[in-house]
Design a protein around this ligand. Structure first.
Ligand SMILES: [Fe+2]
Length: 499
């Protein structure tokens, strides 16, 4: 009996190693986080379990060791069945996040990640290049959005991005950073998809250079807790800029790399009742962070958020396009808003976003042009006060203008769209020191379907419905975007922006 009990205990501790491949998170110039996780067959975290990373300057000489305490994430699963899809079952994941600090720059670091006190050998090894210091001359990075996972569907752009990241056909520099600007794996809380996504991106690029995220509506999880996003990407809590303000949040944060100050935000705050409570906290932080930027060190400021501020997708013109889980893609026209829709926004003193096409057009949330683009007007100009005063709060364009944000990278619409430099609906048809930000929808990474375009908007410089991704080179004076096809990396669009 004793032997049998011990065997049962050992089996209970043995993890199902669905995801042992790590992904890297940029913390700052001298620190990198290594994260991995897996499905846990039971609901307990062994008290003796520790995360461990050994690292050094050679694969056969790992001289340094860092350990930390893992966490367990228990989250409701989503079954995608009808409208009763949430929380009939739960999954438990053990998640490891280990920070390597005081790394020399630039240098190649070899590492092996494993566990202490695990009955299962999980060791995985790799290497990465540490950052060149902030203010270094140049940087090449990737951006994509709206990508599925490698097993079930919509993994379209990732393999080609992986093939291309060290091909220096345009500029003599490798990619050293990647962004997935929301809608990850469709969805992280559906069994296996989150694990498959991380294993897939790790195998392709995510274990070689930092792979960073901004949350999209699909990261809300089926119960609006964002639990899978916050748990799996918790290392982003520690990301910070040399000249910025640490946020201690994975959903909005900033960092400096090369000549760029990067800022990620959660744009669901302007769209989902359930997230209205973060509006002030996030906006106050964003204001302070942008105030702290030193443009003599990072002359470029790149803002990233999942929902666009300018777009001409047909889907976004004719509806609010709040997205899953608030509005299913197949929701019939005329479906009424749920009971209590908007109550949380009203509690904060704001009108909620329009629910339907008719409401959007009749209330004219978007009074300043004919391209509503979902909740773009609320993002640009702020939430509308419910007291009838006409006042607005938490508009992003005010901050973008005041602090000279150069580029907004976004997704949500499943296509590629590049605007002329534009502010408050006024554009300049030149990228030569425009003094206004450019908006790039790069939601063409490989979603479950495409969003067709409506009529061409005055602000449009280029649109494409092909699956594609953004390959971006930046130096002190130039920001050059090449949009590459997902099937062969050929360039379909180039933007040369100067400051
Ligand atoms: Fe989305």
């Amino acid at each position: 009996m004793i032997v049998a009990a011990a065997a049962v205990a050992a089996a209970a501790m043995a993890p199902l190693a669905a995801t042992v491949k790590p992904i890297l998170t940029h913390i700052n110039d001298n620190s990198m986080a290594i994260s991995w996780g897996y499905l846990n067959p039971n609901d307990s975290l062994p008290s003796s379990l520790r995360s461990r990373v050994r690292y050094g300057f050679a694969a056969n000489n790992l001289t340094e060791t860092v350990t930390s305490t893992p966490t367990m994430m228990t989250s409701p699963t989503e079954n995608m069945t009808g409208y009763d899809y949430c929380g009939h079952d739960y999954e438990h994941h053990i998640l490891h996040h280990v920070q390597l600090k005081n790394l020399p720059t630039p240098e190649t670091i070899y590492y092996c990640a494993d566990e202490i006190a695990s009955s299962s050998k999980l060791e995985t090894c790799g290497s990465f290049k540490t950052s060149t210091p902030s203010s270094s001359a140049e940087l090449r990075f990737y951006a994509t959005a709206d990508v599925g996972d490698p097993v079930s569907h919509s993994w379209t752009a990732i393999p080609q991005m992986s093939k291309q990241c060290q091909v220096d056909d345009l500029y003599p520099i490798d990619v050293s950073l990647g962004f997935h600007v929301g809608d990850i794996a469709y969805n992280l809380d559906i069994p296996q998809r989150g694990d498959d996504y991380i294993a897939g991106v790790s195998s392709n690029m995510g274990s070689q250079f930092p792979w960073m995220f901004a949350p999209g509506n699909h990261e809300a999880d089926c119960n609006y807790t964002y639990q899978n996003y916050k748990g799996r990407f918790a290392a982003q809590n520690f990301t910070s800029a040399t000249h910025g303000v640490p946020s201690k949040s994975s959903r909005w944060y900033s960092f400096d790399k090369g000549p760029v100050h990067f800022v990620a935000i959660d744009t669901d705050a302007w769209g989902f009742d359930e997230v209205a409570y973060i509006l002030k906290q996030q906006y106050d932080w964003l204001t302070q962070d942008l105030e702290a930027v030193d443009k003599s060190i990072t002359p470029w400021v790149v803002l990233m958020g999942h929902r666009p501020m300018y777009c001409s997708s047909a889907s976004a013109i004719v509806q609010s396009h709040l997205g899953w889980p608030k509005q299913h893609d197949d929701m019939p026209k005329g479906t009424p808003a749920p009971d209590n829709y908007g109550d949380e926004f009203r509690k904060h003193g704001f009108h909620p976003p329009s629910w339907s096409e008719l409401e959007l057009l009749s209330s004219d949330n978007d009074g300043d042009n004919n391209y509503p683009c979902g909740i773009a007007d609320l993002l640009r100009n702020g939430m509308i006060h419910a007291d009838g005063s006409g006042d607005r709060s938490y508009g992003l364009e005010t901050l973008m203008q005041q602090y000279q944000v150069n580029v907004y990278l976004t997704g949500h619409e499943h296509n590629y769209e590049r605007t002329w430099p534009i502010m408050n609906g006024t554009q300049v048809n030149s990228y030569d020191q425009p003094g206004k930000p450019v908006h790039i929808v790069t939601g063409s990474g490989g979603a479950y379907g495409k969003d067709p375009f409506g009529p061409v908007a005055p602000f449009d410089a280029y649109r494409s419905s092909d699956w594609s991704y953004s390959d971006i080179f930046v130096n002190n004076s130039h920001f050059i975007l090449n949009q590459r096809l997902a099937n062969d990396s050929s360039v379909i669009d180039t933007m040369v922006l100067t400051r």
